[in-house]
Design a protein around this ligand. Structure first.
Ligand code: PLP
Length: 235
């Protein structure tokens, strides 16, 4: 028999509890984002109505907009942008997403600031994406630039509300390498919080195959696609 969404969700929750327990953390400190790229509206509706998920992550504006615009109002959820944002799509992102997790340059921060002023949206929650693996295929600012860019955002982009950091772990199965990337992000969150004298509550890290390590390294938000919805056909 084919495994359905409720079984997959139960298994993810179980793994999350175990990881939190082994880290001595309350599992309630960690939220699950259902990553819904390539998934149909119908699948996402099931995840929200039956699974009770309330946070969803999409990578591309173009793909996300039809889903977001047909979403039923009586089923309130948050949409988070987790993929690279092209500058010419910043307005659409601000009009449709609750949080932008993939802020990855000062230029983009300036554009988001300007447009959020124009459309009258204040306190836009953002995460600074950091490339913790050094892989050239990955987006995100360099770890050594993160502190400067974070302080730039806080000082110059008054309409944006920096909530923390986001990263995509390295493309490897090596536990040590994966943990070290996540540990790097956590260290940055702590040091940037001190520099800015500001509480940064969100550490968005961990995906289907590495979220248990991310939780042990301090993640507060795991972004899970295939472990919840099954293997993707593409991307
Ligand atoms: C696709 C994607 C995920 C989820 O990946 P899975 O391996 O399917 O869990 C998480 N974060 C980002 C940024 C993604 O692009």
């Amino acid at each position: 028999m084919m495994e359905g969404f409720p079984d997959r969700l139960a298994r993810v929750r179980e793994m999350l509890s175990l990881a939190a327990e082994s880290a001595g953390r309350p599992v309630s400190d960690i939220s699950i984002i259902g990553v819904t790229k390539t998934r149909s509206l119908q699948e996402i509706l099931v995840a929200a109505s039956i699974g009770g998920l309330t946070l969803f992550g999409e990578n591309r504006i173009q793909e996300a907009l039809p889903k977001i615009s047909s979403w039923p109002e009586d089923l309130p959820v948050e949409w988070h942008l987790i993929g690279h944002l092209q500058k010419n799509k910043a307005r659409k992102a601000l009009l449709n997403f609750t949080m932008i997790q993939s802020l990855d340059s000062i230029e983009l921060a300036d554009i988001l600031e300007r447009i959020s002023l124009e459309i009258g949206r204040q306190g836009v929650p953002v995460l600074l994406e950091v490339n913790t693996s050094g892989e050239s295929s990955k987006y995100g600012v360099k770890p050594e630039d993160a502190s400067y860019i974070a302080s730039y955002i806080c000082e110059n982009c008054r309409n944006l509300s920096l909530q923390g950091l986001m990263t995509v772990g390295p493309l490897t199965e090596d536990e040590k390498q994966i943990r070290s990337a996540f540990g790097l992000l956590r260290g940055l969150l702590v040091s940037i919080g001190k520099d800015l004298n500001k509480t940064l509550p969100v550490l968005s890290m961990g995906m289907s195959y590495d979220f248990h390590w991310a939780v042990e390294e301090g993640s507060t938000m795991v972004r899970i696609g295939s472990a919840l919805f099954g293997t993707r056909e593409y991307n």
